[in-house]
Design a protein around this ligand. Structure first.
Ligand code: ATP
Length: 366
């Protein structure tokens, strides 16, 4: 009988609660004990009431909920060795030998580091007499599995992260609302969307709403983009389009890594095309609301698979990250998945070809 814990970490996303529900219930269904760690790594570091044994009914109704019902946090202590030491002690004191982390690339990087350090953390706990050799003996291996929960869809090694499609649906709905007023007044709207270093939400919402122009971090526009954008928009207007929608990813930059701000894009449209232009920053509504069907399905199938991966792990086998590739739920080595998450690094180095490659995307110029 295993004791399997689940936690959510980093930015919240719709579907995280569904993933927790799936983990808790499949652990129980397979005859194991299920635990929730509240408030992300903070709960692991602090222990006490933040680590709670769950029963079947505890997660009733969680499947459709937005956000995460077990809380999430950014935890500075877990980035440091002393924090991970406290976390290891709390896991052992609770008898937990399987940990499922649902979070973004930062959270999974932390999980992978924790896994790698595990034997030395135990040694240090014994050396400092925080735990006895007998106490640590049964916990020689900690099985970890990663679930990718993020609205940004910013993990290279999986096709979709839990929450991304809910966020995309919300953005499209918001653009549809804006469309009505834009067309009525023949206005231009600059819509700023989330995504950090990832342009997925911007590209997909642009495609799904027929936007006129899109700015993303991985593919900064070349010099003279202002003219190119204005030419395209002017042509659309000549062809009878009564509205203009430009989507700007929050991380949009030019080739010198200078941010492309919504206000600057607005200024260009006003100065060059004399368009009545407004900026709408969608902000946190993109994170809210219930999870769309796709995220409920992804959270459930991946949560079940994460528990299976923990239960079936062989000693010494690498920790998996649960991915979806070509519509199949699969396991990938967590270490490699985390390594692939270095798009932000590629952008910082102005290696935009590499950034696009890591995104698995090849866009032709057209
Ligand atoms: P999102 O993409 O939604 O922001 P994320 O998981 O990338 O989610 P982060 O803030 O990067 O969000 O990470 C969440 C938490 O994971 C951090 O507050 C920290 O506790 C832990 N963490 C992140 N990176 C590391 C690391 N390199 N080493 C140890 N812990 C880390």
């Amino acid at each position: 009988r295993r004791k399997i814990a689940v936690m959510t970490s980093g930015g919240d996303s719709p579907g995280m609660s569904g993933a927790v529900r799936a983990v808790v219930r499949s652990a129980i269904a397979l005859g194991h004990d299920a635990y929730c760690i509240y408030e992300g790594y903070e709960g692991l570091v602090q222990g006490g009431d933040l680590i709670k044994k769950m029963v079947w009914e505890d997660v009733r109704g969680w499947l459709s909920e937005g956000g995460t019902l077990i809380g999430t946090a950014r935890c500075a202590a877990f980035r440091e060795r002393y924090g991970r030491l406290a976390a290891a002690k709390n896991l052992i004191l609770n008898g937990i030998d399987g940990l499922i982390v649902c979070g973004g690339d930062g959270s999974l990087t932390g999980a992978d580091l924790f896994r790698a350090e595990w034997p030395s953390l135990l040694e240090e706990l014994v050396a400092k007499e925080e735990l006895s050799q007998d106490q640590v003996e049964p916990f020689k291996t900690l099985n970890i599995a990663g679930l990718v929960g993020s609205i940004d869809n910013d993990m290279s090694s999986t096709d979709a992260t839990i929450g991304a499609y809910s966020s995309l649906a919300r953005i499209c709905q918001a653009v549809d609302y804006i469309d009505a007023t834009a067309a009525s007044h023949q206005r231009a709207f600059i819509i700023e969307v989330m995504g950090r270093h990832c342009g997925w939400l911007a590209v997909m919402s642009g495609v799904s709403t027929g936007a006129d122009y899109i700015f993303i971090p991985e593919k900064p526009p070349g010099e003279g983009w202002e003219k190119q954008m204005c030419d395209i928009i002017a042509r659309h207007r000549r062809l009878g389009k009564r509205k203009t929608i430009v989507i700007v990813a929050e991380g949009a930059i030019d080739r010198d890594l200078k941010p492309i701000t919504s206000d600057y894009v607005k200024k260009v449209l006003v100065d060059v095309l004399k368009l009545d232009t407004r900026v709408t920053c969608l902000g946190h509504v993109q994170r809210g609301g219930t999870a769309v069907a796709y995220d409920r399905m992804l959270a459930t199938l991946q949560g079940v698979e994460a528990v299976r991966a923990i239960v079936r792990a062989k000693p010494g086998s690498p920790s998996p990250m649960i991915a979806i590739t070509e519509n199949k739920i699969i396991r990938k080595p967590l270490v490699e998945a985390v390594k692939m998450a270095s798009v932000a690094e590629a952008i910082k180095n102005k290696d935009f070809d590499q950034a696009m490659k890591l995104r698995d995307a090849e866009f032709d110029e057209y």
